[in-house]
Design a protein around this ligand. Structure first.
Ligand SMILES: Cc1ncc(C[n+]2csc(CCOP(=O)(O)OP(=O)(O)O)c2C)c(N)n1
Ligand SMILES: [Mg+2]
Length: 379
């Protein structure tokens, strides 16, 4: 297996360049799974597995992150099912030998899920157990702040969690989101991949609006990047608002079905049966087949400019985005103190109180770190 041939031209528009890279990442991540299941000899006949759709929904986001956004101090926790995307990116960056591309889920090869200890290429966080990967960067942030304030300056950076929408079923996620000390960690950025799928199944009732409200209620800054440039432009035309509402209100299975329609089927199905059907029919009647097929899949998560907008709008003071290295003191918490100092004070208070009893016995189920943070807040 080899990567696609080099681009015929170096594109002057950075968005076009990103698009070229994204296509390679998408192809490679799909091919990594395909090869493991359909090409590699499998004498035992045991199922190999892998999740191509789960990688496809992350290809644009991860391309934008790695090739446009990330800086040296940043760390990323990648949702389990997107491990082929991470390996494809590492390969393109020269950090993974080509021989591994044919080794997904093979003994000694690329792991099913990102693994710091077993994968041969750089992985910031191991994420096999859903929920753990999403929240691990919180501990990474606290650890880095502590090391920076108590031992030596190791630099700063954002801590990204790339989270599957079905990962939000995990209780550990909401325990972390609701913890008020997490609200002071401005480096944290979670990117939720709302692909409406879980374990290759379309989930009928994941509603973006409800999730937005849950994060916002916990004090997080929420930036929703729903649509790409083409759809945004269509929404400004007569019938556009009706189209926007129709897409937002349709069920997940219906939307997924439209992605597999021919242009003529789409013209029949997309308007729906509501009062606005005529307006939507007239609007899509203005579009040629190719534009119509592009429009229905023109979501924000696949549009580099859309993600750029989201990143630019993110605050440095609340989770979702902060901790810019251009600010030497780091992020200020709501008391006006640099956040890392606050963590240091907590740890000092604990030190004066003596060792943590939960840690002494090493009892199963003890959660000394969380307990310590809570006590620190009260003390
Ligand atoms: C604690 C735990 N429970 C269950 C699983 C099995 N599992 C693996 S990925 C996943 C969720 C997949 O859905 P999502 O996060 O939305 O990713 P997508 O496939 O859509 O990319 C689950 C339940 C797991 N890995 N860990
Ligand atoms: Mg999903």
């Amino acid at each position: 297996m080899t990567a696609a041939t080099p681009p015929a031209s170096i594109c002057s528009d950075p968005t076009d360049t990103l698009r070229e890279i994204e296509q390679r990442v998408l192809w490679l991540s799909t091919a990594i799974v395909h090869h493991a299941n359909r090409i590699r000899p499998n004498p035992s006949g045991l199922k190999v597995g892998g999740h191509q759709a789960s990688s496809a929904s992350m290809a644009s986001i991860m391309t934008s992150l790695w090739f446009q956004q990330l800086q040296s101090g940043d760390r990323v926790s990648v949702k389990p099912h997107a491990s082929p995307v991470l390996h494809a990116i590492n390969y393109l960056l020269g950090q993974l030998d080509e021989k591994y591309l044919t080794s997904l889920r093979e003994f000694g090869g690329l792991q099913s899920y990102p693994s710091r200890s077993k994968d041969p290429d750089p992985v910031d966080y191991s994420t096999g157990s859903v929920g753990i990967g999403a929240t691990a960067p919180i501990w990474g942030t606290i650890a880095r702040r502590y090391v920076n304030s108590a031992i030596t300056d190791t630099g700063r950076g954002r801590q990204y969690s790339l989270v599957g929408d079905a990962e939000l079923d995990e209780g550990a996620v909401w325990e972390a989101v609701l913890d008020s000390s997490v609200g002071e960690l401005g480096e944290i950025v979670w990117i939720i991949d709302l692909n409406r799928q879980s374990l290759d199944r379309v989930v009928p009732n994941i509603t973006a609006g409800r999730l937005e409200k849950m994060f916002a209620a916990a004090g997080w800054q929420v930036i929703t990047v729903n649509f790409g440039k083409l759809l945004e432009e269509l929404f400004t035309r007569p019938g556009g608002e009706a189209l926007r509402i129709r897409i937002l209100q349709m069920s997940n299975p219906e939307y997924q079905r439209l992605l597999r329609c021919s242009a003529s089927e789409l013209r029949t199905r997309l308007p729906g049966a509501g009062d606005t059907a005529t307006a939507i029919t007239e609007l899509v009647g203005e579009l040629d087949d190719r534009t119509l097929l592009r429009a229905i899949r023109n979501l924000g998560g696949h549009a580099p400019r859309g993600r750029g907008r989201g990143a630019d709008a993110a605050s440095e003071r609340r989770p979702h985005r902060a901790g810019d290295r251009r600010h030497p003191e780091g992020v200020r918490d709501r008391h006006g103190q640099p956040g890392h100092r606050r963590v240091r004070h907590r740890l000092r208070r604990r030190h004066r109180r003596g060792p943590d009893p939960g840690r002494q016995g090493g009892r199963p189920g003890a959660r000394p770190e969380a307990d310590r943070l809570r006590r620190g807040r009260q003390g």
